[in-house]
Design a protein around this ligand. Structure first.
Ligand code: ZN
Length: 302
């Protein structure tokens, strides 16, 4: 039983339209599901990914309109690393985005609300997860998650849960590989800053690890055996979820690979309309009045 890398990463935005403009318009990801937060259906939950909405490249955002800016600190993820295939791709992105070329293989940047992002050239056999976009040559497109980096003052206290329960393989220092049959990713700790973390716009809410559908209950039992306190299995409609906090404070989720975003929409038209899980359908009229209107991204300014 192995986790298939990073399933999705969920973060907070205060401005849904600016979020669409950046992730769909600038980064060229596809908005694959426009729905509401199932724990608070008055706010959006937006999902961006490859054309198929695959686990392995799924950046999701809860919109709290006007949310104050947050700041990553102890027990929070502070950077999401995305794969690109070549240095030529990094050259393209360094011309398109404001950021810093950290090395020949790494480009650091932030989203409009300060969420830390990195594009990294990675040589890996995992199938590329690509969204097609008119301004982005397919050969340069983002290909999936590589890593998330979190802050902690004491990585040792998380190690037992990672290695004994979740099958993370330490690859030196404070970094672990998480690899299944088809995909892999990495989890890395950096020393926590002195300032306290503040949840808010531009911060990560949780990271989800991808589970084979039939393994999820066993993962839940394994983390209980190592002292974590997971939620019951929650049906998120497009996948099933179990949440728990790892000992350094980062909220983890183990999410099933299936059934996926095409279960209730035509795969050719994912994300074009507000989709509600059946139990929220009765709220549609109200939600269509109160949710921030969003439209397809405006073409990038040059
Ligand atoms: Zn999640």
């Amino acid at each position: 039983m192995r986790l298939e890398g990073i399933h999705h990463v969920s973060s907070i935005t205060g401005d849904a339209q600016a979020n669409v403009d950046f992730y769909a318009g600038m980064l060229g990801l596809r908005l694959v599901k426009k729905t509401v937060n199932q724990d608070d259906p008055t706010v959006y939950h937006l999902f961006y990914g490859d054309d198929a909405g695959s686990p392995g490249l799924d950046l999701t955002f809860f919109e709290y309109p006007g949310a104050r800016p947050g700041q990553a600190g102890q027990g929070m993820i502070h950077r999401i690393v995305l794969r690109v295939p070549s240095e030529a791709a990094l050259d393209f992105w360094s011309g398109r985005l404001k950021g810093m070329r950290e090395s020949a293989t790494s480009f650091l940047f932030s989203d409009p609300e300060g969420l830390g992002l990195e594009l990294r050239v990675v040589d890996v056999a995992d199938a590329p997860l690509v969204a097609h976009h008119p301004e982005i040559p397919a050969a340069f497109a983002i290909q999936g998650f590589e890593e998330v980096r979190a802050y902690t003052a004491d990585p040792e206290r998380s190690r037992q849960l990672f290695e004994a329960a979740l099958g993370f393989e330490r690859d030196g220092g404070m970094s672990w590989s998480v690899r299944g049959d088809k995909r892999g990713g990495r989890y890395l700790f950096d020393p926590a800053p002195a300032e306290r973390g503040v949840p808010g716009a531009g911060t990560v809410h949780h990271v989800a690890w991808a589970s084979q559908d039939s393994d999820q209950v066993a993962w839940r039992e394994r983390v209980i055996a190592e002292g974590a306190h997971p939620t019951p299995v929650i049906d998120r409609y497009w996948f099933k979820s179990v949440y728990f906090r790892e000992p350094s404070g980062v909220l983890f989720e183990v999410a099933t690979m299936g059934p996926g975003f095409a279960v209730d929409e035509d795969p050719a038209h994912l994300g074009e309309r507000l989709v509600l899980p059946p139990r929220f359908e009765q709220l549609r009229d109200q939600l269509e009045l109160t949710l921030t209107p969003i439209h397809a991204p405006t073409p990038a300014r040059r």
